[in-house]
Design a protein around this ligand. Structure first.
Ligand SMILES: [Mg+2]
Length: 276
């Protein structure tokens, strides 16, 4: 794994070489993660709202013909659509199992076969976890998330056991992964953000159109995208971790905003709320 470079450092050293390279392309495809990238991580997922300036920035980018804006997220389609609410954005939701927006409508065929299993697990989990009100089962239709970040520490092993037991009858069709204070349950299909972003680029006829691609993300699932895009895109990890497959890094979503503003500036697109 090579060490990522600090994006703004490189820019200072080598002028705006990177930004120049990007803007020499006809179109820029922006692949953006949501939580931890466009918004800081919040205690409750429902509190992670776009700032007014980030919203305006995304809206400006999405409305301009030089850009294609795609949000790639673990959230459900209805959730992310509601949170962002901007026309012309493509959403790769549910870890890329569903790709929708801007005349694109696609669901992974293997997911549809598993819809009834997910429904049954959701039902049995809600029932089995009734006495743990601090644990929350998020039914995203195609996948499920069990959030236990507010659960008492000594209850967490019990919650994990209940989840394991509830999915047992579906073991062959379902995979369970444990993230930061969350258990994800999804169809057992060889699919991830990396495969999803490659699928999107094919849908957009990326190669034929010679677009420039930039991908930003902060979490483990984004590493799949960074790996898949190694020679196809400029990849940027957001956060303090340095063991990443990305080419560059930025510290936080505030710097992501600055970077997106810089791209607009380079394209000579007026944006009324530029920050210093
Ligand atoms: Mg994230």
């Amino acid at each position: 794994m090579s060490t990522p470079e600090y994006l703004f450092e490189r820019r200072n050293k080598a002028g705006s070489r990177l930004i120049d390279k990007i803007t020499s392309q006809r179109k820029i495809i922006l692949l953006l993660d949501y939580d931890g990238t466009l918004v800081p991580i919040k205690k409750k997922p429902s509190l992670a709202l776009l700032s007014a300036s980030m919203h305006k920035l995304l809206k400006t980018l999405a409305a301009h013909s030089n850009f294609i804006v795609i949000v790639v997220t673990g959230r459900s389609f209805s959730d992310i659509k509601k949170l962002i609410g901007i026309k012309n954005i493509i959403y790769a939701s549910n870890h890329g199992f569903q790709i929708s927006g801007n005349r694109i409508k696609w669901i992974h065929p293997g997911v549809e076969r598993n819809l009834s299993n997910i429904k049954k697990i959701s039902f049995s989990l809600n029932d089995a976890l009734k006495s743990f009100p601090a644990t929350f089962v998020e039914d995203k239709k195609l996948t499920l998330s069990v959030h236990f970040r507010n659960e008492k520490n000594n209850f967490i092993p019990v919650v994990k056991k209940i989840v394991a037991k509830s999915i047992q009858p579906f073991q062959e069709n379902i995979i369970k992964t444990t993230g930061k204070k969350v258990i994800e349950i999804r169809p057992n299909i060889n699919w991830n953000k990396g495969k999803a972003v490659l699928k999107i680029l094919t849908m957009l006829q990326h190669r034929k159109n010679k677009n420039s691609v930039i991908c930003l993300g902060d979490d483990k699932t984004d590493e799949d995208a960074f790996r898949a895009l190694k020679n196809k895109a400029i990849t940027i990890h957001v956060g303090s971790k340095r063991n990443t497959q990305a080419h560059f890094y930025l510290y936080n979503s505030k710097q992501v905003k600055t970077f997106l503003e810089m791209i607009l500036l380079q394209n000579k697109i007026k944006f009324p709320m530029l920050s210093g």
